[in-house]
Design a protein around this ligand. Structure first.
Ligand code: ADP
Ligand code: MG
Length: 349
């Protein structure tokens, strides 16, 4: 998870509102807004804090970054000493004792797997490696992918919550929370910031964003969803308050070959890049659900994916299907703003 490769940011905060640096707003007693950015989990993490003083805002931001760094040490499979790396190194050998945080994120991952009928699968890593879309740009032959199937079966992932252990039953299996971990980290960072005295704020790990409270003056936090086919252009805007948004897209890491796009989100059923969507943005109370579901729904495709969103409480979505049509869930229709109205076929202009 958390690759070292910079990817395009699929959701971004509107800079004009949460502008950089420290803004002292008048009158003197009014809250202060501070925004800072650092690199963590292989991506740019920006944190905005609203607090009574700039010292308190900076303290909350420091606490947020420290929490993300702590979680990265537990969860990143790029760090050989991390808990998940130990779990993976012990595949087929023995259960590994892990922290409550690792249990929590793996439990959520298995829940999202169940909700999405297996479309979300944290054991898919060996197949993601076989494709290696960033470095190699090769199309693995079918027999090679078929041979991996036993190693990516979620039935082989054993989480014992009481004993706090994780066991992967076959050698060569591994788990990777790249499709859900940044959303979880955003939740945890927000909780830490609130404890440190922030009144409101936003934690954004690239496209995984969680907002709490309001900006001074009672404004919500506006975010723009990246247009999946027009780099740097906003598809639509949404205001967030006490909720998270996360986007999965086929435009972040991919290569094109003979007119077909090969990207980094794989359908566990076929081990081919999922074909139904260009991007999926999910809004939920917690980042862990938003992040897990964006990847899972991307695999499910627009019809089954939107059906799931409509069934779930407190979950909304914007799905851009493979033809570029924009689908917006019923609870969100009245909350989005398009920079340009869509054309008569529902496509963004
Ligand atoms: P990011 O914001 O880092 O692109 P996403 O939420 O879009 O994260 O998830 C993409 C990552 O999830 C991939 O890099 C890959 O490691 C992993 N992944 C790919 N396919 C699946 C899948 N079907 N289920 C769970 N994780 C997946
Ligand atoms: Mg995700």
């Amino acid at each position: 998870m958390f690759t070292g490769v910079a990817s395009r940011t699929p959701v971004f905060l509107i800079a004009a509102v949460v502008g950089a640096g420290c803004t002292h707003l008048s009158p003197v007693a009014a809250p202060v807004v501070v925004k800072r950015a650092q690199l963590h989990m292989g991506t740019l993490v920006s944190i905005t804090a609203v607090a009574s003083t700039s010292d308190r805002a900076n303290g909350a931001i420091n606490a947020g970054f420290a929490e993300i760094k702590r979680l990265e040490q537990l969860l990143s499979t790029w760090i050989p000493e991390s808990e998940l790396s130990s779990v993976n190194a012990s595949a087929g050998k023995a259960p590994v004792h892990v922290s409550p945080e690792t249990v929590a994120v793996v439990r959520r991952s298995l829940q999202v797997a169940e909700m999405t009928g297996g479309a979300f699968n944290i054991a898919i890593g060996p197949a993601v490696d076989a494709w290696n879309v960033i470095e190699v740009q090769r199309i693995p032959p079918n027999d090679e992918l078929e041979a991996l199937k036993a190693r990516i079966s979620l039935g082989g992932v054993h989480l014992d919550e009481q004993a706090r252990t994780i066991y992967l039953e076959r050698a060569g299996m591994r788990i990777d929370v790249g499709g859900i971990g940044k959303g979880y980290a955003a939740d945890q960072a927000v909780a830490t910031m609130e404890k440190a005295g922030a009144i409101a704020g936003v934690v954004a790990l690239s496209g995984d964003i969680k907002a709490f409270g309001q900006l001074p003056g009672g404004k919500k936090f506006p975010v723009g969803i990246q247009h999946p086919r027009r780099e740097g252009e906003v598809l639509l805007f949404i205001d967030l308050q006490d909720e998270a948004i996360s986007t999965a897209g086929d435009y972040e890491r991919y290569f094109d070959h003979e007119g077909v796009r090969y990207h980094h989100i794989l359908d566990p059923a076929t081990l081919q890049p999922a074909r139904g969507c260009q991007s999926v943005s999910v809004i939920a109370k917690d980042g862990v659900w938003a992040d897990g579901l964006d990847t899972g729904i991307f695999v499910m495709g627009p019809a089954r994916g939107m059906e799931l969103v409509e069934r779930l409480d407190d979950v909304e979505a914007v799905i851009v299907d493979h033809e570029g049509h924009v689908h917006i869930s019923s609870g969100l229709v009245h909350r989005v703003r398009f920079p340009n109205e869509p054309d008569e076929k529902g496509r963004p202009q």
